[in-house]
Ligand binder design. Structure first.
Ligand code: ATP
Ligand code: MG
Length: 604
């Protein structure tokens, strides 16, 4: 492609509304253009990158025996009602765009395709002989994200590869899951990215596990905890660890103590001169289930620990059926305004004990009349602890479970693992923290969708059984931008060779020099002929401008038909290292061919 004929517009300055380097660079270098909030046009250079990523994804998927298809983006609400997800996906914080057609039928724009694929499986899979089966597609997804940001990282319209597998049993599902683990690792490695596969939260769906593939970058929205020995890595949402040991309590007798102005753990510890590991902290949460029922939750946890709200949400989702509900709509620490909606009298905030009375809750059909009391294991283990006295200005010390306070029935692990904590698999290892961009997520779904939608098969023994399912997603457009976030310098993008829009750019410093032009055109033709995707910068611009642009758009190799042509050579510059060398014109193609091959070889 000749630059003189391309829609090629680069910006000198950073666009105002871009926050992270990759977003700024893709805009400045003319890869993407913002059309609306979370909506971007992929301009020709970007589209080439996206096709390269897609091709790598496709090859790795096909190698596992999965088959490509294309499912509709417009999805009837009925399917989502069958799975029970219509309301959660379209109401409140739901992210599905929904619409009504001319026949007054409700439809949604696909944020994901479990419903559609399960409906197909229900109709078409009859027998165990057809299993296992894995279908995938590469397609635009729509999600009305609450906070679209960072360009393609979190768009409202973005490209995803999503695959869905069907199995007779869990063992077969696990096999495919392992294959996908390898395929995903290959995809990221081949795309030239540094990444980490981490244990991830599977949410309320349960299932026996899920793994996220995190591209490591400072700007990543996710926190990953890992150990140096490489044996443990998890999303902080899911991570587990050993808490530091609690200090033995110095309060051996139970007493109520005057603790004025000690609403926080820090203040009460200072006042009583004790360690926060000797305190039982009681944290209030408010949750609303999908049937509109508000439930107040009291979490008792050791004073130095924090609640992991993802784990808490999972525990509360498990309890949904107790309240006639299926799932949770919201979970929060109620502020003063929220408290007013359910308190019958004012709460002793900062002084709450594990047994705070249920009569603080107003009588109302939509509000569960009792606190749901959960206790984290860290609090269960304490002896002679300090906690609130249910009276403003007072705490109790030297308390014990099942003496002064009844131990709540529901014992849970909902503490947040933190960097510096000891690892469970080996207490000599401590957790370290890194930031990552979630590029892919593989998931063992089990029978959730097949059961809800009646997708069954006939087993070898002639029994009708629900299909086991897996689902596997890669954010193609997010991955492409993540590559930039991981690889740039002050002058621009440094594409990994495997996903660069072009391998090489031939720059003519002076287009009025006939010899420069002739050699450049010859090389341009020869390189393309040899399968080296090459741009020709034949614009009537100063050499400096052309070099700047080539650096900005990040093409791996720049060939300059400058002074060296007098000696039958051209200058070849490697973008990543800025290494420059003069190469005999006739040897340029073979040399580049070698470089590209070695740069794109997968190093396992
Ligand atoms: P996140 O937690 O980042 O919102 P998710 O858990 O909703 O992601 P999945 O539903 O598992 O994501 O989707 C599969 C992949 O699609 C993700 O791993 C991610 O790479 C990509 N993806 C998800 N949402 C977006 C988005 N709004 N913009 C771009 N890519 C996205
Ligand atoms: Mg999401």
């Amino acid at each position: 492609m000749r630059l003189s004929q391309m829609l090629f517009v680069t910006l000198r300055d950073d666009p105002a509304d871009a926050e992270i380097p990759s977003h700024k660079l893709l805009l400045r270098a003319g890869y993407i253009r913002r059309i609306g909030s979370g909506i971007y046009a992929y301009l020709p250079l970007m589209w080439r990158v996206l096709q390269k990523v897609s091709q790598i994804v496709r090859e790795e998927m096909n190698a596992t025996g999965a088959q490509e298809c294309l499912l509709p983006q417009l999805q009837p609400a009925d399917l989502w009602k069958e799975s029970g997800r219509w309301d959660t996906y379209t109401k409140a914080e739901g992210i599905m765009f929904s619409l009504i057609d001319r026949r007054e039928q409700q439809l949604g724009l696909g944020p994901t395709h479990e419903e559609v694929i399960t409906a197909i499986a229900r109709d078409m899979i009859r027998s165990y002989r057809q299993l296992p089966l894995h279908l995938y597609q590469i397609q635009t997804k729509f999600r009305d994200e609450i906070r679209p940001r960072f360009g393609l990282m979190r768009g409202r319209e973005f490209i995803m590869k999503d695959g869905y597998s069907f199995h007779t049993d869990e063992a077969s599902l696990k096999e495919t899951y392992q294959d996908m683990y390898k395929a995903y690792s290959n995809m990221l490695r081949r795309s030239g990215l540094a990444f980490r596969a981490v244990e991830a939260d599977s949410g309320a769906i349960g299932g026996s596990g899920s793994t996220e593939f995190m591209v490591l970058a400072e700007a990543g929205e996710d926190e990953v905890l890992f150990t140096e020995d490489g044996k443990y890595a998890a999303n902080v949402e899911k991570a587990v660890s050993l808490p530091v040991n609690a200090e033995p309590s110095r309060f051996t007798t139970y007493e109520k103590r005057d603790t004025p102005r000690s609403e926080t753990i820090e203040k009460v510890c200072q006042f009583l001169n004790c360690s926060s590991t000797q305190v039982v902290k009681n944290v209030l949460y408010q949750t609303v289930y999908d049937n509109g029922m508000t439930v107040l939750v009291l979490v008792s946890i050791r004073g130095d620990q924090e609640v992991n709200e993802v784990k808490l949400q999972n525990e509360l989702t498990k309890l949904a059926s107790n309240y006639g509900a299926k799932t949770i709509i919201s979970l929060s620490v109620p502020n003063a305004e929220a408290q007013q909606t359910w308190t019958a009298k004012s709460l002793p905030l900062g002084y709450i004990a594990p047994d705070i009375a249920d009569d603080y809750i107003t009588k109302n059909k939509q509000i569960h009349p009792q606190f749901v009391r959960l206790v984290d294991q860290t609090a269960v283990d304490l002896k002679n602890f300090v906690t609130g006295a249910n009276e403003t200005g007072y705490h109790v010390v030297g308390a014990n479970w099942n003496e002064q306070f009844q131990l709540p029935h529901t014992i849970v692990d909902i503490r947040k693992a933190r960097p510096g904590d000891r690892a469970i698999h080996n207490p000599e290892q401590t957790l370290q923290s890194a930031r990552g961009i979630e590029a892919g997520h593989i998931f063992q779904l089990g029978t959730k969708y097949s059961q809800a939608m009646g997708a069954t098969y006939t087993s070898e023994q002639g029994e009708e059984k629900p299909l086991f399912m897996g689902c596997f997603g890669v954010g193609v457009s997010r991955l492409a931008q993540a590559a930039v976030e991981q690889s740039y310098d002050k002058d621009g993008i440094i594409w990994p060779v495997a996903i660069a829009p072009y391998h090489a750019i031939v720059t003519i410093p002076n287009i009025n020099d006939a010899q420069q032009v002739a050699i450049a055109q010859k090389l341009y033709a020869e390189l393309n002929q040899a399968g080296i995707e090459t741009l020709l910068d034949d614009r009537d611009e100063r050499a400096g401008v052309k070099f700047k642009d080539a650096d900005l758009i990040g093409i791996p190799y720049r060939i300059v038909t400058g002074r060296a042509i007098a000696n039958g050579k051209v200058e070849v510059v490697e973008r990543a290292t800025r290494k420059s060398q003069e190469i005999v014109i006739d040897e340029v193609t073979t040399t580049l061919k070698q470089w590209i091959t070695s740069a794109t070889e997968v190093k396992n």
